[in-house]
Design a binder for this molecule. Structure first.
Ligand code: 13P
Length: 249
């Protein structure tokens, strides 16, 4: 059965003290839920997060990683480094990485391959810009992002993949895709995976929606058949809001 997942992408927010405070609040508010809950703090705070959440069911994820084993890549972090502090999940392909750090499909493919080699779980992000949607190009853009980065994978690799549809125009803008727009795209993505692989894989893969998810709209979005949860930015920085979203299932 495919998993329901709510993941908080903290982006470049929260220093060590704020990380500590927010995680302590999340632990206090943690309830039994049928969703897997994840948070992705900044690199420097991952070790602290890992330690604080050792006895919690909240999973710690990284926001990025490099594709190389190790070496002369100033400022970068390897899969082995993440694993050595108990972080086995990584977000790859976020639109902010694509936009501000020129990450393209080819680079992302290399990162995905490395993460899989290291038996890590991947939340793979993709999504169209407004300029694509406004000319009805959103399906083709998403199809290409997925094909170019993932369709070389073997069937068994898909157990480690979570997809996250994040329309760029909805990120941090307060403008959410409507539940119908999210469902339409998620169904398209699932069908794409079915056509290239098979229905077992397409039915098992979790597809998250990201882009201005809040406690007020989470229930309606998560209520759609092909939406298996959310990747949350701004609202994940507040424990009450994040937990309200988790409890929207
Ligand atoms: P917001 O929830 O702030 O729109 O961010 C979404 C996002 O980019 C999660 O990765």
């Amino acid at each position: 059965m495919r998993k329901k997942i709510v993941a908080g992408n903290w982006k470049m927010n929260n220093d060590l003290v704020a990380t500590n405070t927010l995680i302590s609040e999340l632990i206090k508010k943690e309830k039994t839920t049928n969703a897997e809950v994840m948070i992705a703090p900044a690199f420097v705070n991952l070790l602290e997060a890992s330690k604080l959440l050792k006895y919690s069911s909240i999973i710690v994820a990284a926001q990025n990683m490099h594709f190389a084993e190790n070496g002369a890549y100033t400022g970068e972090i390897s899969a082995a480094m993440l694993k050595s502090i108990g972080v086995n999940t990584v977000i790859l392909g976020h639109s902010e990485r694509r936009e501000y750090f020129s990450e393209d499909d080819n680079l992302l493919k290399q990162k995905i391959d490395k993460a899989l080699d290291e038996h890590m779980k991947i939340i793979f992000c993709f999504g169209e810009k407004w300029e694509d949607r406004s000319v009805d190009n959103h399906f083709i853009v998403v199809e290409n992002q997925i094909k170019n980065a993932l369709f070389h994978l073997e069937n068994e690799n898909w157990e480690s993949i979570v997809l996250a549809y994040e329309p760029v125009w909805a990120i941090g803008t307060g403008q959410t895709a409507s539940p119908e727009q999210a469902q339409e795209m998620h169904a398209f993505i699932r069908n794409l995976v079915k056509k290239h692989y098979n229905s077992t894989i397409s039915e098992e893969v979790s597809i998250l929606y990201g882009g201005s998810v809040k406690p007020e709209n989470a229930k309606e979005i998560f209520g759609k058949n092909d939406v298996d949860g959310g990747l949350i930015g701004g609202a994940a920085l507040n424990a009450d809001n994040f937990m309200a979203i988790v409890n929207a299932f």
